[in-house]
Design a protein around this ligand. Sequence first.
Ligand code: PLP
Length: 423
Amino acid sequence: MPVSRDAQGQLLLGTLPLRQLVDDPRWATPFYAYDLEGIVASATTLDNAFGRAPHLVCLAVKANTAGPILEALSRLGLGADVVSGAELSVALRAGIPPERLVYSGVAKRDAEIDMAIGLGDRGILALQIESLEEISRVAARALAAGRTARVSVRINPSVKRELLSTHDHIATGHDEAKFGVPRDDVKEAVRRVREASALTLVGFNFHIGSQLTEVGGYRESAALLCQIAQDAIAGGCTSLEFLNTGGGFGIDYGSGCAASPADFAGVVISEFDRAKLSHLKMVVEPGRALVGAHGVVVARTVQTKVAGHCQWIMIDAGMNDLIRPALYQARHRIVSIDDPKGPAASWVVVGPVCESSDDFGAHELPANAPRAVAILDAGAYGFTMASQYNGRALPDELFISKGEVVSVLRGRTSAEWAASRFC
Ligand SMILES: Cc1ncc(COP(=O)(O)O)c(C=O)c1O
């Protein structure tokens, strides 16, 4: 349980009462706080779900780029899925070696391709190619560099939208999405990669969407991926090393989540077994399932407002700090950091940003408005999507281990923002 209450009703992250952080003058609200042990536990549980099968769990770095988190996961032996040269640099700096890195993205720039190909003796584990057009670009870069590029072909499995069980903005595996090679073009992609002397086809991959709460579309896609691998092998391809079934494993934001990360691992194992492909490495690239539940945004109440039948709590965190509610209509639970004793009331929690969508929804909170709240399950796609819109600060990030703050990433102040707007 990433967040719980102690006997006095105080909100704990891991074993640390969040009240202590709010009362500590070193930390200005809003800030992010992460429970490192919780993150390590989630990663270990997923890793263990693959048992003795050859596998690699890669953190989708876009979910959380914080060095202390990447370093902790690197020490566990995890890899990373990156989508930019900058994310690649961060993963390397955290100690993740090139052979545990995959690189996705529909429009990788030449310099980024060069960087991935040029690392170590043989580049990263795989550049995950997303279109027929990208094949010739990567081949040309590899030739120019005198290297062989290890590539995986990302399949777009054209899963029916209703099987994706997620919000349209984060569904990527349907046939109108810009991601991946359409299933009808996969044979041609395999032919082109195999014909290119500077490319080695080491894998196939997919990522059908994020916050999947059921395994239906994932199983269908895994079966298709296995079929494609079998066809390639039957066609004489001997270089395949892995199949990557992406991420997207949902978490419980408060309204339940039928499938656990281990259920998704179970699907992978059974589909590999059925296709007699268990000699290939199983790669997955989840983000949210590893970090989402173990991060919170802590914010102070600035003031309340009552007008007619509406009542708002206005906090000092806004959509610039956590954009998911505004962007995806996502709902995050919001709770008092102190004992929520006494009568409750329905409050609409909003931030200070000048946008109507700066609204975290209605929440049951003490009628006597709490002095500070925690926005739960903010560890994924929280800070990484934060901005300085309205000239606001970027929040600090506090990393908690064994009940203490063990490291801090300082955000960027509003004063630094103001200075940055002039030449
Ligand atoms: C290619 C790719 N892989 C993995 C992920 C991780 O998804 P999640 O955080 O839902 O596991 C994403 C998220 O958008 C993605 O685009």
